[in-house]
Design a protein around this ligand. Structure first.
Ligand SMILES: NC(=O)C1=CN([C@@H]2O[C@H](COP(=O)(O)OP(=O)(O)OC[C@H]3O[C@@H](n4cnc5c(N)ncnc54)[C@H](O)[C@@H]3O)[C@@H](O)[C@H]2O)C=CC1
Ligand SMILES: NCC(=O)COP(=O)(O)O
Length: 337
């Protein structure tokens, strides 16, 4: 007998592929009791978009979350938003739709924090459009850290991308590459590594996780001859992680850390910047990798990809990563959150 409470899934950017993927995911998961979910969306918009994209999905607008579990096998349950989607034209994000995008996220988070839903799964947002509307967080990850902190939870949320073949954690995330050396501190690497190790045990059932820490510079700096950050910032961080009882190693040359044999030597990689982490995992497992936020008092996952504007409205986007994200959220929630 599965837990009756559904997962909360947001619609994401209306001009992107998120709304279509939610419909496609429902078609595949509708008889999977563990993965029942409620979608936070404008139901009229969602119906319009799915029909236009040729995705045959019945939608049921529900008034209360418990109805979602009862209706899920027959129709995609949608909890309506106060803010309607004003534009939602495929491929053309509009700041006028940002209130609906953000309301979906905030409502879904509150449902999870209040215990009405088991976990949060977010569809991709168009970050540039949100920034133009005044959104002041780099992405969901940092917003969720802030929302958790407001309820007394931990304030630091850490991004991980996880697949069967590889898990990666970028220490710095959505910042200009030129700022990375300044932002990369021993304290930041240590705190990120501690959260990663804790959540690999708690959420991934890996009791003594092995962390491989990347260098920043080519060949991890060649002892300070090609950049000093590896020697002065990263080595002390690895030492502190080891002293804290974590099986950390490094700094490793990043260029040779991701081939199949190297991947047998660790459970996750701590990468120093966004692309050092995300290029290897999206190359190896673009269709199945999941973005999971560590350090939160609740489970949040998301597909690894973005809004794919050029595919929006075509019904041709691949829903596999979203389905993997829903399955991972359900499994983590059932393991105890
Ligand atoms: N969690 C989130 O909210 C995320 C949001 N984004 C946002 O998405 C927007 C677009 O980002 P991009 O860098 O262009 O990455 P993207 O992932 O949207 O697209 C990159 C390439 O992958 C393809 N692609 C992506 N998802 C696909 C799918 N499900 N099926 C088939 N092909 C797919 C696209 O067509 C494109 O060729 C940006 O505003 C970015 O900030 C990006 C990543 C995560
Ligand atoms: N590149 C990954 C990404 O953009 C995910 O960001 P977030 O919205 O999950 O914080």
């Amino acid at each position: 007998m599965h837990e009756q409470r559904p997962l909360a899934v947001t619609m994401g950017e209306p001009a992107g592929i998120g709304p279509e993927l939610v419909g496609m995911a429902w078609r595949i998961l509708r008889h999977d009791a563990q993965c029942r979910f409620v979608c936070l969306a404008d139901p009229r918009f969602l119906h319009r978009r799915l029909r236009a994209a040729g995705i045959d999905v019945p939608i049921v607008e529900i008034d209360a979350v418990p109805e979602a579990g009862l209706r899920f096998a027959d129709a995609l349950p949608v909890l309506s938003l106060d803010s309607p989607v004003a534009s939602g034209e495929p491929g053309r994000p509009d700041v006028a739709d940002c209130p609906a995008v953000l309301e979906a996220i905030h409502t879904a988070v509150a449902l999870v924090q209040d215990g009405a839903c088991r976990a949060l799964v977010t569809s991709p947002v168009q970050k540039e459009t949100l920034y133009l509307s005044g959104f002041r967080f780099p992405g969901h990850t940092e917003l969720l850290g802030q929302l958790a902190a407001r309820r007394g939870g931990p304030a630091v949320a850490v991004m991980m991308l996880a697949s069967a073949q590889l898990r990666v954690v970028p220490v710095t995330v959505h910042v200009p590459l030129a700022d990375v050396p300044r932002l990369l501190t021993t304290d930041l690497i240590v705190s990120t590594g501690m959260i990663a190790a804790t959540d690999l045990a708690r959420r991934f059932a890996i009791p003594a996780p092995r962390l491989a820490v990347c260098g920043l510079n080519p060949h991890a700096g060649e002892g300070g001859q090609i950049g000093t950050e590896d020697r002065d910032v990263i080595v002390p961080a690895v030492d502190r992680l080891i002293a804290a009882g974590i099986a950390a190693s490094g700094p490793h040359s990043a260029d040779t850390l991701f081939h199949p044999v190297a991947r047998t030597g660790y459970d996750a990689v701590l990468a120093m910047y966004h692309d050092q982490a995300l290029i290897p995992i999206k190359t190896i497992a673009f269709d199945t990798a999941v973005n999971v936020t560590l350090g939160l008092p609740f489970v949040r996952t998301s597909p690894d990809h973005g809004t794919a504007l050029q595919l929006a409205g075509t019904g041709k986007a691949d829903p596999t990563s979203l389905i993997c994200a829903i399955r991972m959220a359900a499994e983590m929630a059932d393991r105890g959150g």
